[in-house]
Design a protein around this ligand. Structure first.
Ligand SMILES: [Zn+2]
Length: 414
């Protein structure tokens, strides 16, 4: 047994999905305590009603706030190389097309990933995951999509699988071969899709458990709604649940497609329309918002308040990638959501825990403070979530517990 005492405020996030308007009504217990048995929550409540066994391990939260471990439900964390040249070009006013013409953009990362060995991909990703864990993130979804050949996509997913046993963050793999058409298939996207979505490859992903989800970048600059529908339905037959990069740059019906194919989530949604909202509501899809990406690119944010008032379960993620969101800190993205999207801190916490768990189909086990669910939690060095997100850029995480085990224990600066 492990007991956590002296909790200033326990944020009792319920299991997801938490629909938009319910995201602001989360219970909080002041002067709380938690009992953990092996890897599960056994009890929580006011500390004065704690009945702890006499001999058990104990953590003093020192008045800090406690919340579920954060879940980063949309990332591209396995990549090679960096693109700071493009970052500067964008600051100087170059367009997406101009950057691509000058040899920049996603293809730079594709070349670097193709040249990297499996071991090199693992080595570059390990410190990123360690820093994410220190920011309170206990579960991360990771997409392929920089290999763009069957072998290089599978190499990326193998890296994710091997990384699971090398560090404590729980990793969830997504097949995103439909990220963009690689240079060698320029002008022939359907031929490329036939290659990376052939039955043999999909069967291998299923049989070797290399991916749980299939994602498509459905956009004027990537794949059409028809192409996305075709590959998502093909992948579904092999047990890969659909996700969609939808409505980021333009409105071509991608979020409506997400609803139509029963996507577990539609992500981005900067340009979502009423039809997309209705389709997602019918399908029960999670709206995954990526405010760090719009912030990094200096473009308009998704209409978060509209989605919350429409009662969609809204989640937040970093979209961590070397092109459009070189932001690995989910707490920073949560603060950006507060100030740029006008989502309140308590809504933000639900978005990065309970609803993020639904976006990766882990809501039965992760993302909540609930007896019998897995004991993943964060202890902050501040007393409330409001105080935490009010201080972007300072790491307020003091302790991280994953599956009942202390995996981060820092001495606070405060
Ligand atoms: Zn993305």
């Amino acid at each position: 047994m492990l007991v956590i005492r002296n909790i200033g405020e326990l944020v009792v996030v319920p299991p997801g999905p938490v629909p938009g308007r319910a995201m602001r009504t989360v219970d909080r217990i002041h002067s709380a305590a938690i009992l953990i048995d092996a890897d599960r929550f056994a009890w929580f409540g006011p500390e004065d009603s704690l009945d702890a066994p006499s001999r058990c391990e104990s953590i003093d939260a020192r008045g800090g706030c406690v919340l579920p471990g954060l879940i980063d439900c949309h990332t591209h964390t396995v990549f090679a190389g960096t693109r700071e040249g493009e970052f500067v070009q964008r600051i100087e006013g170059k367009s997406y097309a101009e950057i691509a013409q000058a040899g920049g953009g996603i293809r730079v990362t594709v070349e670097a990933v193709r040249h990297a060995s499996l071991e090199e991909l693992i080595e570059t990703t390990l410190p990123r995951l360690a820093r994410m864990l220190h920011n309170g993130v206990t579960t991360v979804e990771i997409k392929s999509g920089y290999g763009l050949t069957v072998e290089d996509e599978i190499k990326t997913l193998q890296a994710v699988r091997l990384l699971r046993s090398l560090q404590p963050v729980e990793l969830i793999p997504t097949y995103l071969a439909a990220h963009t058409t690689p240079r060698e298939f320029s002008g022939r996207p359907d031929e490329y899709l036939d290659l990376v979505f052939d039955r043999k490859t999909l069967a291998r992903l299923r049989d070797e458990k290399l991916a749980e989800f299939c994602d498509v970048f459905c956009e004027t600059t990537a794949f059409t709604v028809e192409q996305a529908r075709r590959v998502l339905n093909a992948a579904k037959q092999f047990g890969l649940r659909p996700k969609v990069h939808a409505d980021q740059i333009s409105q071509i019906g991608a979020s409506t497609l997400a609803g139509e194919v029963g996507a577990i989530s539609a992500d981005h949604l900067e340009k979502i329309d009423d039809a997309g909202i209705a389709a997602m509501k019918r399908a029960g899809s999670v709206a995954v918002l990526l405010p760090g990406c719009s912030w990094f690119l200096g473009v308009e944010q998704a209409p978060a308040r509209r989605l919350i008032e429409a009662d969609l379960p809204v989640a937040l993620a970093t979209d961590y990638n070397p092109g459009s969101s070189m932001v690995e800190s989910l707490p920073l993205v949560m603060s950006i959501a507060c100030t740029q999207m006008r989502i309140t801190p308590i809504e933000v916490v639900v978005a990065a825990t309970a609803n993020a768990a639904v976006a990766v189909h882990r809501q039965d086990r992760l993302g909540a403070i609930q007896v019998a669910m897995q004991a993943d939690l964060v202890i902050l060095d501040v007393p409330t979530v409001e105080r935490w997100l009010y201080e972007p850029g300072r790491n307020c995480v003091r302790t991280v517990v994953k599956a009942g085990r202390t995996v981060v224990a820092r001495d606070s600066q405060r």
